[in-house]
Design a protein around this ligand. Structure first.
Ligand SMILES: Cc1cc2nc3c(=O)[nH]c(=O)nc-3n(C[C@H](O)[C@H](O)[C@H](O)COP(=O)(O)OP(=O)(O)OC[C@H]3O[C@@H](n4cnc5c(N)ncnc54)[C@H](O)[C@@H]3O)c2cc1C
Length: 379
């Protein structure tokens, strides 16, 4: 059963219908094979871009869809219910264009934004390093300025769409301490930039996650976004929005697991009745439904604050924490509903459980979300 959504406009309802159509026709037929063989779905992102689904929340003046964030997130949720790896990459693409959109000059925006927002240019977000994940301020990759621009040296890790993306929103060190980090827009084919082999992951197997290595890679000064030293502020500002994307992805995974489990529970019989009619199992499904619905409400609350121009950072952390923990619980319980069959690759629920796990880790682990929430409570 499709989710019965409360949407703010007829246009939003049409976008959800379009997304479901794309999910049915483009994603559903190939997701299982690509996830099993760990192969990149060539052409899928171009199709999403052509359908206008890669730039929904960005302003129309730069080629975006001009949609409220609450609509964009519900589109993302629909994509994630069908293919989490693709939805994560769409969210990361949006994350990677956020610094240019929010901190770039008009000249920089005119030059690069239209390509990014049309989907001709796929973006990646490169903050993490081997020793700097939660502790982003510990990053070491350096950008040394000279008369012609900057020279990049060092390694980055965990880049979603690494080696495939057309541009990398890179955070590198231009000085000392947390105020010595700057943001750059790096072209994927930059001389001196190479990528590691894709990580062998628990899930999201079809979209590569790689390291990147900069060796005397030179970029022009006009590829710096914002002021020198403003990088960490830019990174965290982008992550507030990105975390809402991950919350929506998590709800999509939870919804898909709930749907599969509900269907199975209405078909499978034991002791002469459908398993959903055993109260112990029916209540398990009821709790899964309640967790999914309430997780959706938390990300919509934060998104509506964002759409109204209100502060939403703490609410984004709450949404990320609640939604990703819900996804982990709901997908684990979905495997339980399937009994032994749930532990095999014959059904999608085992994949959903593997996919849910990463949502508790990236774009700030749930321990880090608690730090952000606690900071907001400290007087
Ligand atoms: C599949 C995948 C895709 C990713 N994509 C990207 C990407 O596109 N771009 C990017 O920049 N990064 C990406 N990441 C990196 C991701 O954001 C980091 O892995 C994450 O932020 C955690 O950092 P870490 O792995 O270094 O763990 P660590 O920071 O080493 O943390 C280890 C453990 O310690 C806990 N911990 C750390 N500090 C504290 C504290 N102060 N209080 C309490 N607990 C703490 C953490 O919660 C965690 O449980 C990706 C990672 C994965 C696995």
């Amino acid at each position: 059963m499709p989710v019965d959504r409360l949407l703010p406009s007829d246009e939003a309802a049409e976008l959800i219908a379009l997304t479901r159509d794309v999910a049915d026709k483009v994603l559903d037929p190939i997701v299982d094979e690509h996830e099993r063989t760990e192969t990149y779905p060539d052409g899928v992102f171009a199709q999403l871009g052509a359908a206008g689904l890669l730039s929904l929340p960005q302003p129309e003046e730069w080629g975006g869809g001009g949609q409220p964030f609450e609509v964009y997130l519900q589109v993302l949720e629909e994509l994630a219910a069908r293919w989490a790896a693709v939805a994560v990459a769409v969210s990361v693409h949006s994350l990677s264009s956020h610094p240019l959109l929010t901190f770039g000059t008009d000249e920089q925006k005119q030059r690069w934004l239209p390509g990014m927002l049309s989907g001709d240019q796929i973006g990646a977000y490169s903050l993490s390093e081997p020793q700097a994940g939660s502790d982003a301020a510990a990053l070491r990759c350096s950008a040394i300025g000279d008369d012609d621009g900057y020279v990049l040296n060092g390694s980055k890790s965990w880049i979603t769409h690494g080696g495939v993306a057309d541009f990398y929103t890179l955070f590198a060190r231009t000085g000392e301490g947390s105020k010595g980090i700057s943001c750059f827009l790096v072209p994927g084919d930059l001389e001196g930039l190479t990528f590691g082999k894709p990580e062998e992951k628990m899930g999201l197997a079809a979209v590569p996650t790689t390291s990147a290595f900069y060796e005397n890679a030179r970029i022009d000064a006009d590829r710096r976004i914002g002021a020198e030293g403003q990088g960490l502020q830019i990174a965290f500002s982008a992550l507030d929005s990105g975390r809402l994307g991950i919350a929506a992805v998590a709800v999509g995974i939870a919804q898909a697991a709930l749907d599969e489990a509900t269907r199975y529970a209405n078909e499978r019989t034991t002791f002469g009745r459908k398993i959903i009619d055993h109260q112990g199992l029916g209540f398990l499904l009821a709790d899964m439904s309640a967790a999914t619905v309430s997780a959706r409400a938390t990300y919509l609350d934060a998104a509506r604050r964002r759409d109204l121009g209100l502060p939403y950072g703490a609410q984004a952390s709450v949404a990320k924490l609640i939604a990703t923990d819900a996804a982990m619980k709901v997908t684990t319980d979905a495997v339980q509903v399937f009994g032994g069959a749930g532990y095999t690759r014959d059904y999608r629920v085992e994949r959903f459980m593997r996919e849910a796990k990463i949502t508790q880790i990236f774009e700030g682990t749930n321990q880090i979300q608690r730090l952000v929430i606690a900071r907001g409570l400290t007087s």
